[in-house]
Design a protein around this ligand. Structure first.
Ligand SMILES: Nc1ncnc2c1ncn2[C@@H]1O[C@H](COP(=O)(O)OP(=O)(O)OP(=O)(O)O)[C@@H](O)[C@H]1O
Length: 662
């Protein structure tokens, strides 16, 4: 777009994106910046910061010393005093040898501290983003809660840590300067102070007015640049699909749209910056004559000498520079404010995950420590639960945000070897039911209980607080924990096979953590064995063993990726697995083989799928019908599912509740 085309400062849909008010911005600044300074390394890093300020102070001292040395050197030259000149030269060289390392050290100390701060914050945000309890990375993406979290972690954190340290030093220098020069100016002419205050307050107000859109524009610029980059990443990730579709032209069009949007915003940003610069440059230049004009009457009346005018101009300029931080650095301050706004928003989302997403379906992990009966809070034996793996009670499931009801009042239980098949029309909510079981979706009503053995679980039990404590039931036999936590007894295989960036060994061991990997190393023999079990042993020779890295999602076929996912499952040996169309890309023979393998491994499975052949491996079927929109309300208690035994197999452990029959 040509620069002459007038651009509205903000697009209509972007007007809603208001710059945060000052209290919000300050609250966010504190919330984002504070944790590092009170972290475990606080003594060390506070010391580092103190050293940095001392070096900054020393830098001011060195600059002053150099100005005096320079003056004396020039005076000696003017007086043609050779001895004095030599002495001054020596002083100059000594100051040079001592001063330069301090100047360099100061910059280095600042960069090192910024890097340490960034590294700590990156890990702090990544851990919260990829938290196993609330899985915010999934909710942010699937419900479009905020844009580009990746860019906030990479670019925003980088610029936040660096710029805020730089600003702290600028403010510190300004305070020191202000104290040193205020006395000089006050001694010359107190009225100059009044002029100074009026000038700086007026200047700050005008620049705030002229730059009022800059924070929002900077915010949007970050977003749009990240959107454009994400578009390019998507092309890389989906290269094959795009190539099959020959969708290059459309991709270029879509990417150009994203780039144009960033470009147009940048053009608006440039116009806004230009207007501001017109003012700030005039502001800076006017101060060269303003103090002289104010003190000139004193000079004319003979009360001060010409040298004092020169001194007053210098002091005035220093002080004005110190108290005009906003005017002089408005561009960088607005960019930093946008970064603080984006990080603060991200931080708030990560902190208030339970507030923004209503928790209505309760997912409970019931840890059974031995196979005896478990006791209720009144001490009575409630039921034998050693065979029970999953209990769904009166579950009504809704989509997040739009809250469309998908499943109405579902109750079922799964016991050992009671393999359940979930079927139904596309879009009826089969995957969503697994999402609810995995704790990813919690909109709706009801309770989902998993019965797991915690003997192998290395995680400490999740601590409950607040109202949740009321429903915590702990007996000597078993313990119940609400919410989502990792349990080795339960495994989910998603519809889309996921290949991590790494070696074949890492593919197979996923999602074991690296430490798990070290503490319980899987022998290569085990890995080979499991590859044979899923009929994938040939990939070993094809891809040079377990330790070579490939773009696995591109070099393996979809069916191979699904078989690899089953290999992960066999290595994990859970009690219960929830499979979401996990064999959809496989031929029937391979499908039958894989189900035989997991059955032989003693794993109970719940599968989602459309194929008739799946009936052969399951003992029951749960059929879900699509709810009419008229039924999408809790008031209409009409169930849209039925449970049925499958007769083509001797059904094992079928335990339907009488109330669940339809
Ligand atoms: N993040 C989301 N927000 C809102 N609605 C969603 C979301 N994800 C899925 N849905 C909707 O929920 C409904 C159920 O989706 P789900 O993926 O459970 O269907 P499904 O029965 O597994 O379908 P299929 O057999 O085609 O895989 C669909 O209408 C879908 O559009």
């Amino acid at each position: 777009m040509s620069s002459s085309t007038p651009l509205p400062l903000l697009q209509e849909d972007e007007v809603e994106r208001k710059a945060p008010d000052l209290p919000t911005l300050l609250r966010r600044l504190w919330k984002v910046a504070a944790p590092y300074w009170s972290s475990d390394f606080k003594t060390q890093i506070r010391l580092h910061l103190a050293v940095l300020f001392v070096l900054r102070l020393a830098t001011t001292g060195i600059n002053v010393a150099f100005s005096f040395l320079g003056r004396d050197f020039l005076n000696a030259l003017a007086r043609k005093d050779q001895a004095r000149l030599t002495k001054q030269l020596l002083y100059y060289l000594l100051a040079f040898a001592g001063g330069i390392p301090v100047l360099v050290l100061k910059d280095n100390a600042k960069d090192t501290l910024a890097l340490r701060w960034r590294s700590w914050m990156t890990s702090y945000y990544m851990k919260r983003y990829l938290n196993n309890k609330n899985q915010m990375y999934y909710k942010i993406q699937s419900q479009s809660i905020i844009d580009n979290p990746d860019q906030r972690i990479v670019d925003d954190l980088k610029s936040f840590t660096r710029t805020s340290l730089t600003f702290s030093l600028i403010i510190f220098k300004s305070v020191v300067d202000l104290i040193s020069f205020s006395k000089i100016l006050y001694d010359i002419y107190p009225s100059l102070f009044v002029v100074l205050a009026l000038y700086s307050v007026g200047g700050t107000a005008i620049s705030l007015y002229l730059g009022r859109d800059l924070v929002t524009l900077n915010f949007l610029q970050e977003k749009k640049e990240a959107d454009f980059r994400y578009g390019l990443v998507r092309v890389r990730e989906n290269a094959e699909s795009i190539a099959f579709y020959s969708g290059e032209e459309t991709e270029v069009q879509l990417l150009t749209q994203r780039f144009r949007s960033a470009f147009e915003n940048l053009s608006r940003l440039l116009i806004s910056t230009r207007n501001l610069e017109l003012f700030t440059s005039s502001y800076r230049h006017l101060i060269q004559i303003l103090p002289a004009a104010v003190v000139a009457p004193l000079y004319f009346s003979g009360k001060i000498e010409i040298g004092v005018i020169r001194q007053s101009i210098s002091a005035f300029q220093h002080i004005l520079g110190d108290i005009s931080l906003i005017v002089n650095h408005f561009k960088s301050i607005s960019a930093l404010s946008a970064v603080i706004d984006r990080l603060g928003e991200f931080d708030d989302i990560l902190d208030n995950s339970s507030q923004c997403l209503p928790q209505e379906i309760t997912t409970v992990y019931h840890y059974v420590q031995n196979s005896s009966a478990h006791l209720g809070s009144n001490g009575m034996v409630l039921e034998k639960c050693h065979n029970k793996l999953l209990d769904v009670e009166n579950l009504t499931l809704e989509t997040p945000r739009s809250r469309t009801t998908l499943i109405m009042d579902l109750s079922l239980e799964i016991t050992k070897k009671d393999h359940l098949l979930i079927t139904g029309a596309s879009g009826c909510g089969k995957t969503s039911l697994l999402r609810a079981m995995a704790g990813l979706w919690s909109t709706g009503l009801g309770r989902i209980t998993f019965y797991v053995k915690d003997a192998e679980n290395e995680n400490p039990p999740m601590v409950l607080s607040g109202p949740e404590m009321a429903s915590l039931e702990v007996t000597t036999e078993s313990e119940i924990y609400k919410g989502r936590r990792r349990s080795k007894d339960i495994f989910f295989l998603p519809q889309k096979p996921y290949m991590v960036l790494g070696t074949l060994r890492q593919q197979l061991l996923y999602p074991l953590k690296m430490e798990d990997d070290v503490s319980q190393p899987k022998a290569d023999d085990d890995l080979v064995h499991v590859l044979e079990d899923v009929r994938l042993d040939y990939v070993l020779s094809r891809f040079n063993g377990f330790d070579s890295t490939y773009e696995w999602s591109s070099v393996l076929s979809l069916g191979e990726q699904q078989r690899l996912a089953f290999a992960r499952l066999l290595l994990s040996k859970p009690n219960l697995v929830l499979l979401d169309e996990a064999t959809s890309a496989l031929d029937e023979a391979n499908e039958a083989h894989l189900y035989k393998q997991i059955e032989a491994a003693g794993i109970t499975y719940v599968s989602v799928g459309h194929r008739r052949t799946l009936y052969n491996y399951h003992s029951r079927v749960l059929h879900i019908s699509k709810l009419d929109s008229d039924f999408g309300s809790f008031n209409v208690r009409q169930r849209n599912w039925f449970l049925k035994s499958i007769n083509n197999q001797d059904s094992i452990g079928v335990k339907e509740r009488s109330k669940t029959h339809h």
